[in-house]
Design a protein around this ligand. Sequence first.
Ligand code: GSH
Length: 215
Amino acid sequence: MERTVLYGFGQSSASWRVRWALAVKGIAFELAVVDLGKDAQRSAEHLARNPIGRVPVLVIDGHALAESVAIFEYLEETRPAPALYPHEAFARARVRQVVETVNAAIQPFQNTRAFERAGADAATQKAYAHHFNEQGMVALEGLLGEIAREHGGRFAVGDALTAADLFLVPQVAGARRFGVDVQRFSRVLAVEAAAMATAQAADARPENQADAPKK
Ligand SMILES: N[C@@H](CCC(=O)N[C@@H](CS)C(=O)NCC(=O)O)C(=O)O
């Protein structure tokens, strides 16, 4: 059988999403660290895997696939159980709405490339990321409330863990990292707690990765 290798970085929120999805689906994988602290994502070797120079990249079934949304959907289509997307069309669309709010409207503004354009000093960069995280958490709090009224349940969408939870939780950690006071987002926190209480959640956390900064 072909090896499954996750090229990622412990502190990367997009890598966290994929580590967690692989664990939920019970897919064994090897981890190859691409050290963002050393700019390894811009090496020729990594650019050959992903031309945009970012992590994660998953080597699976003989292919190198980047972009966590594409990875999640490929995993779901090729290894459907346990499912990370609901069957019902509108619930599935809601999962994708949460996923894209994180993936397209929040996370892009906290990566190294965005910081380079935002300004040279660390305080400017943090304020920039804070802005998008705060605005994003306000939006997610409203969206999760609306979804709870439609679907009930303790997770982001209904009563089963979905891709929405796996995208949400790393972003809440990102919001905290950039100084957002998340205490006022009660629905976000309740969903985070429910998702973190599930079986594979702890192992996927950045703190539990081999490349985590030593305390
Ligand atoms: N939309 C991409 C986001 C990938 C991304 O931004 N990865 C970050 C780490 S979380 C990265 O590699 N940053 C390096 C850089 O900006 O140079 C995905 O979901 O995979």
